[in-house]
Design a protein around this ligand. Structure first.
Ligand SMILES: Nc1ncnc2c1ncn2[C@@H]1O[C@H](COP(=O)(O)OP(=O)(O)OP(=O)(O)O)[C@@H](O)[C@H]1O
Ligand SMILES: Cc1ncc(C[n+]2csc(CCOP(=O)(O)O)c2C)c(N)n1
Ligand SMILES: [Mg+2]
Length: 343
């Protein structure tokens, strides 16, 4: 039975709008049981509210941390609840890439002055809805005041067989989930560079993670990586880790169709290849699994596209990434190594 400290029952000891009261009112309840969580409920030994959490995982624990900073990962003017969803989904996407099932997360929050009760309520309600949607709970975290919004989300997942970036093999197919480029289109809209379509704004703030599909497909796959920096950049991470070359078939790349309201096909393809933050998963699998993968994807209404093939590196040659588009060789900007926070 988990032990729970009642240190956060302020009962007149702490100011009603102080740190402890806010944690008690808005954050601790995010650890509450959710209907339908079933055996995913962590067996906690020491619950949230103490100095630290203690848990006993029944399977290998898969851990990843992601930060989201106002002005860097989302516009400084973003609503706190929108930013929270993006931060949580970006973090959970690493569990999708590992083929792991989410267990719980911990949440570091830096909040600016002047957050209203309505903002807190929206933050709480949104995270509760996210928890229910992804079948996950927030079991702890940290809260401080600072000059702007920062989220630091550490996700904890479970998997008997976490997928890596380094186990792809020559001759296997390259696949990607969902559609690409929508998040970059949404960001361009939010920044006033093009009209803002609600579907693209959603692609930016609320990426549709392939979590369920990746858990079910895990036994059929050899390697995977989530697309945070951009398809070309993240594919190169996978190729480096697996010491392989690849050819991309650009006509098969699932460009978000809503981009075509305002982009040419070439502009939309560019966002799909280099935009990043779609938080879809690029994965590899032997060709003999392709029918099973397509059937599984259909059952789950999860779009997947086969976008290329892996091959061995030429002897004494560096890894190569080539592409074809509309019947012709297409020159990729392979020097585009994705979003670099310090370049
Ligand atoms: N401060 C740090 N201390 C130790 N290791 C770090 C630190 N920052 C990053 N790393 C490690 O570097 C690797 C790459 O980190 P990165 O944040 O780029 O992860 P990613 O999954 O490739 O991208 P994303 O964060 O967009 O999901 C990870 O394995 C991560 O654990
Ligand atoms: C305001 C604003 N400006 C630019 C971007 C674009 N951007 C920021 S981080 C990142 C890669 C993933 O980040 P990380 O490697 O930290 O996980 C990208 C494509 C944005 N989202 N918001
Ligand atoms: Mg990642």
């Amino acid at each position: 039975m988990a032990r729970r400290s009642d240190a956060f029952n302020p009962e007149g000891r702490a100011p009603a709008d102080g740190e402890f009261a806010r944690i008690g009112r808005w954050l601790l309840p995010l650890a509450d049981d959710l209907p339908g969580l079933g055996d995913l409920v962590p067996r906690t030994l020491i619950d949230n509210g103490d100095d630290a959490l203690a848990v006993r995982p029944a399977e290998p624990l898969v851990i990843s941390m992601d930060m989201a900073v106002a002005g860097t990962h989302f516009p400084a003017a973003a609503a706190v609840a929108d930013a929270a969803v993006k931060a949580l989904r970006a973090a959970l996407s690493d569990l999708a890439a590992m083929g792991a099932r989410p267990w719980f997360y911990t949440l570091g929050l830096v909040l600016p002055d002047g957050l209203s009760d309505a903002d807190w309520q929206a933050l709480h309600d949104t995270l509760r809805a996210e928890n229910r949607h992804w079948q996950v709970r927030c079991l702890g975290g940290d809260l401080t005041r600072g000059p702007g919004l920062v989220f630091s989300v550490q996700v904890h997942g479970l998997s008997e067989r976490p997928l890596t970036r380094c186990d792809a093999r020559a001759g296997e197919d390259l696949w990607v989930t969902g559609t690409l480029g929508g998040s970059a289109g949404g960001l361009a809209g939010l920044q006033g560079e093009r009209p803002l379509l609600p579907t693209l704004q959603d692609a930016f703030y609320r990426p549709a993670l392939p979590l369920t599909f990746m858990q079910a497909a895990n036994p059929l796959l050899s390697a995977a990586i989530d697309i945070s920096d951009g398809l070309v950049s993240d594919l190169q991470h996978l190729l480096s880790a697996s010491a392989l070359s690849a050819e991309l078939l650009l006509d098969e790349v699932p460009v978000n169709p809503d981009l075509l309201h305002h982009d040419t096909r070439a502009e939309a393809l560019d966002r799909a290849l280099y935009g990043g933050e779609d938080y879809q998963v690029l994965f590899t699998a032997p060709p003999e699994h392709s029918t099973r993968l397509q059937t599984l994807a259909q059952h789950q209404a999860q779009p997947i596209s086969r976008i290329g093939r892996l091959r061995a590196n030429e002897p004494d040659q560096p890894r190569q990434l080539t592409a074809r588009w509309q019947g012709r060789p297409f020159s990729l900007r392979t020097s585009n190594t994705g979003y670099d926070h310090f370049a």
